[in-house]
Design a protein. Structure first.
Length: 336
């Protein structure tokens, strides 16, 4: 059985930031993982997934850099021939880790949710350290991505929020709209309206064009929400869900999920042969989750109606509307 090419490893639920937009499902009403896989278990997973077609691994959390064995896992993944990404807030990155990142050609995605508003978003005054990390990586020849979660609070400074990491060395920009889930379920008033979503796209396109840098939107947007879909040349705006098709998640205890927004554990990694018969997994594989409002739409060949797991978390079902269609942004239900 072939797995999606991209496997995301949530090494830990621990984190040294307290981001109010954090979508990790264990930060809300589902059980927090109480155990973490050992380095040897993650190595077993990498060997097993390689046999099933996985070619790219991403290390994240929580905050992956809090795991002492992260440099060892990076080197092991490199020896196995994986392409590697590391997702981090940058706070605990040290020279040992940077040397492993450089040696193994790791793409490092660094969270930078605001400049003046950085501490309001994360609970930590760390913006100077993050910008200096981009500079250090540039000087070492390490490729970096500026990973920006966009909220009502940092939208007014988004132009600068994209510009400063690029000026400091970021070679690519990943924008994520603030979606409900995890700790973010308690802060839904900071979700962007549809007009603000389009403002986000326009600002990003302007900065990227002037800088000669590319970027993309990390979570798919409903096609009908984007006012000028053909406008964006430097910024890639996706409308199709990649969960269980182009990527999937393995959580800190070794359970597979279709995406990082999902609170639903599909099966344990040792049971991947059962995925072909797993109803939840196949729902995403086949795209059998369209909202009623989208059926019959002429754009279904390019659009899935937005983020299906955000709809699941916000309303209770994968085939409910994307949260961007809810006027007051008040969650109706969180699945248990």
């Amino acid at each position: 059985m072939m797995l999606p090419a991209n496997a995301v490893f949530e090494l830990t639920a621990r984190c040294n930031h307290r981001c109010f937009f954090c979508s990790c499902p264990w930060e809300y009403s589902v059980d927090r993982p109480t155990k973490e896989l050992s380095a040897d278990e993650w190595k077993q997973i990498m060997r097993r997934y390689k046999m099933h077609g996985v070619s790219h691994v991403s290390f994240t959390g929580g905050e992956a850099t809090l795991c002492d064995y992260l440099p060892m896992l990076i080197e092991y993944a490199y020896e196995m021939g994986y392409a590697i990404t590391m997702i981090t807030n940058g706070r605990a990155v040290d020279d040992t880790l940077l040397n492993a990142v450089k040696k193994c050609g790791v793409l490092m995605s660094v969270s930078v949710p605001g400049l003046e508003t950085f501490e309001e978003h994360t609970g930590v005054d760390n913006i100077d350290n993050v910008l200096s990390l981009f500079e250090k990586c540039r000087d070492m020849g390490i490729k970096t991505v500026a990973n920006i979660a966009v909220t009502k609070k940092n939208l007014p400074e988004l132009y600068e929020n994209i510009s400063y990491p690029i000026l400091s060395g970021a070679e690519y920009v990943l924008l994520n709209r603030f979606l409900p889930g995890g700790r973010g379920m308690k802060n839904t008033e900071y979700m962007l309206s549809n007009d603000e979503l389009n403002e986000m796209l326009d600002i990003a396109e302007e900065v990227l064009t002037r800088a000669g840098v590319n970027g993309h939107i990390g979570t798919e947007l409903p096609y009908c929400v984007v006012k000028n879909p053909e406008k964006y040349k430097r910024l890639h705006v996706g409308h199709k869900c990649g969960a269980a098709k182009s990527f999937f998640i393995t959580d800190p205890e070794g359970y597979i999920k279709v995406c990082n927004h999902s609170p639903h554990r599909v099966c344990h990694w040792t049971e991947i042969e059962t995925l072909d018969k797993n109803e939840y997994w196949q729902r995403f594989r086949k795209g059998d989750y369209l909202p009623e409002m989208c059926k019959g739409c002429k754009y279904l060949d390019v659009c899935d109606g937005g983020c299906r797991e955000a709809a699941h978390v916000f309303h209770g079902r994968t085939n409910d509307p994307d949260p961007c269609f809810v006027k007051d942004h008040s969650p109706l239900l969180y699945p248990r």
